[in-house]
Design a protein around this ligand. Structure first.
Ligand SMILES: *[C@@H]1O[C@H](CO)[C@@H](O)[C@H](O)[C@H]1NC(C)=O
Length: 252
C-alpha cells in the first residue's frame, strides 16, 4: 500500500456526575499511522475531557505530553512510571499490528460487482462515426478493466477509457467510449474484468435494429418508464443515501 494510512479507534465513556446536569465526556483516541500492514510509523493515544484534549502519548517522543495544567501534571507522573512507559512504548507494535490488520482484512475482503451498461451516446450521421459507451457502476475495489471486442477481436484504438471515479461512498464507476462506423451484422461487445466477478462479464451491443426504429422504440419506452422513474426516484435516492459498507472498529 503506497499511501500513508491512519487507523483511529475512539472509546467514549459518558460519566454521569452529580453536579453536571448533562454529564461529562471522557474519550480516549488511539491512532496508528502506517504505510503497510506491518510498517508502523507512529502510535498516539489522546485523552479528551469534554471537547478538550488534555494529554497525549506519542510513540515518536516515547512519552506523554500535557496540554492543560491538569494534563501536564498527569503526564509528568505517567512519564516517571517506568512499567507504564514500557507498556505504552510497546503499543505501536502490539496495538497497531492487531487493529490495522483487522481493518485491512475487513477492507480487502469486501467486493461489490459492477453493474454494466452499454449504450449509444452518438448516432452516426453523414460520415461522422457513432459512439458507444460502456459504463460500470457501483463496484469495489477500484481496479477494473473494460475491453471492447468487434467480431471477437479486441479493439486497441478508437477508444477512450475514463479513470475509475469515486462515488464517495466506497463505490466506483468507470466509463469507456468506442468510436465506430456501424456495419451491418457486426458484433460489438464490452468485456469487464473485476475481482468481484468469477469470470469476465460480457455485454453485447445489439446493432440488428436500424437506428431510427431504435430511437422510436426508445422514445416510447422512455415515456412509459418516466412515470415509474419519477415514483421510484425518491426511493432510489433514499436507498443510495443509506447504502455503504462498514468495517467495524474493534479495538483490542
Ligand atoms: C508526535 O511527535 C512527533 C515528534 O515531535 C511529531 O512530529 C508528530 O507530529 C507528533 N504526532 C502527533 C499526532 O501529534
Amino acid at each position: 500500500m503506497a499511501t500513508l494510512q491512519y487507523f483511529v479507534c475512539a472509546l467514549i465513556i459518558l460519566s454521569l456526575s452529580l453536579d453536571g446536569a448533562n454529564g461529562y465526556y471522557f474519550a480516549s483516541e488511539d491512532q496508528c499511522h502506517f504505510t503497510s500492514p506491518d510498517q508502523y510509523l507512529e502510535f498516539t493515544q489522546t485523552l479528551w475531557f469534554n471537547k478538550a484534549a488534555f494529554m497525549r502519548f506519542n510513540s515518536t517522543l516515547g512519552e506523554w505530553e500535557g496540554y492543560t495544567a491538569f494534563g501536564v501534571q498527569i503526564a509528568a507522573l505517567r512519564n516517571k512510571d517506568k512499567a507504564f512507559q514500557t507498556r505504552m512504548r510497546a503499543e505501536k507494535e502490539r496495538y497497531c499490528r492487531r487493529n490495522t490488520q483487522i481493518e485491512i482484512i475487513c477492507i480487502l475482503t469486501q467486493t461489490a460487482e459492477p453493474e454494466v451498461k452499454l449504450r449509444l451516446t452518438k448516432a452516426s450521421s453523414s460520415g461522422h462515426p457513432a459512439m458507444l459507451v460502456c459504463s460500470a457502476y457501483d463496484f469495489y475495489p477500484k481496479r477494473i478493466k473494460l475491453t471492447w471486442y468487434r467480431d471477437g477481436k479486441e479493439v486497441t484504438g478508437d477508444m477512450i477509457s475514463s479513470e475509475e471515479l469515486a462515488d464517495g461512498d466506497w463505490y466506483y464507476q468507470a466509463h469507456s467510449y468506442l468510436e465506430f462506423t456501424p456495419k451491418a451484422g457486426e458484433n460489438i461487445s464490452c468485456e469487464v474484468h473485476h475481482t468481484s466477478l468469477k469470470e469476465p462479464l460480457v455485454v453485447h451491443w445489439d446493432s440488428s435494429m436500424p437506428e431510427p426504429e431504435r430511437s422510436k422504440i426508445a422514445i416510447g419506452a422512455a415515456g412509459l418508464v418516466l412515470g415509474f422513474v419519477v415514483t421510484a426516484a425518491g426511493f432510489i435516492n433514499y436507498k443510495r443515501k443509506s447504502r455503504g459498507m462498514w468495517c467495524y472498529c474493534s479495538a483490542v
